[in-house]
Write a protein that binds this ligand. Structure first.
Ligand code: ADP
Ligand code: MG
Length: 269
């Protein structure tokens, strides 16, 4: 869905009775440790709309990664459930792509072989995917590093390779856990703009975790603001800024208003 204004979004929603991509119902997550239980998530309720760009924002330790991992089917809930396209998710799903804060590339494999790794794991025909892998590596600016090893790449380049890897098997949903958080601000901004371009072109549903409020507002259709641990949904904000988002959007009064609103909710105003 590539709508440009807030009003078009509501028309879309009125005319197409689309099912939520994710339904999170009464979700609790408690970790049991030697020193007792840690409640990471408390009573999370949330619907994710098809094609939307949704961000989770909250302080470190508030349960963002835990929530994403439960949604990815990597962690079981303690109570409640998560449904993906109507079915309870209890294992990783091929239509959900996950990206982590630091790249999990295999050091002994070339960039191209790393990008082809999921194809190998799924038992798909690697030869068939090779041209597309090269195309994606070019799209993320790594065409000269196809045969390089991860250690030869900067952190930003490693995350580009990770992005190409998750895009190769073409999941309709991307779960991105602070994917560019370890990068310098300039690289991060560029990666964010690239991500927006990919999102616009592919219509994928993106769930983006960050502790950077500006970034969340700049990128998203909606921002889920979480409370400190145990993580609860403090508020879900609609971001009524025009698309395509260009950096000038940050000069818009509405941008400043949303950022301030989130800062107040997080107690950092
Ligand atoms: P965030 O991603 O928002 O920084 P996390 O989801 O990583 O937060 O963690 C939420 C809380 O759950 C933290 O207090 C963290 O210490 C705790 N936690 C996360 N994973 C585990 C685990 N495997 N065992 C015990 N505690 C955990
Ligand atoms: Mg985290």
């Amino acid at each position: 869905m590539t709508t440009t204004t807030g009003s078009m979004v509501s028309i879309d929603e009125a005319t197409t009775a689309t099912q939520a991509v994710f339904e999170v119902d009464n979700l609790y997550k408690v970790f049991h440790t030697d020193t007792g239980g840690v409640m990471a998530l408390r009573d999370i309720n949330l619907d994710v709309r098809p094609g939307e760009f949704l961000s989770f924002v909250g302080p470190s330790g508030c349960g963002k990664s835990t929530l994403l991992n439960v949604m990815a089917g990597l962690l079981p809930p303690s109570h409640g459930e998560v449904r993906f396209k109507g079915a309870v998710i209890d294992a990783p799903h091929r239509d959900i792509g996950m990206m982590f804060q630091t790249s999990v590339l295999f050091p002994w494999r070339t960039v191209l072989e790393n990008v082809l790794m999921p194809i190998e794991i799924f038992g798909w025909d690697k030869k068939k995917y090779r041209p597309r892998a090269l195309e994606l590596l070019e799209a993320v600016g790594l065409e000269s590093f196809v045969r390089a090893y991860p250690a030869q790449l900067s952190g930003g380049m490693q995350q580009r390779a990770s992005l190409a890897r998750v895009l190769l098997y073409d999941p309709s949903v991307l779960l991105l856990d602070e994917p560019f958080g370890a990068l310098d601000e300039f690289t991060r901004e560029n990666m964010n703009l690239e991500l927006l371009k990919i999102w616009t072109e592919t219509g994928k549903t993106v769930i983006f975790v960050t502790h950077n409020i500006n970034e969340a507002v700049f990128l998203s259709d909606r921002v889920v603001v979480m409370t400190p641990r145990p993580g609860e949904v403090a508020r879900v904000l609609d971001i009524d800024l025009p698309r395509p988002r260009v950096l000038e959007v940050m000069k818009d009064q509405r941008f400043a208003d949303r950022v301030f609103e989130i800062r107040e909710l997080l107690g950092v105003a």
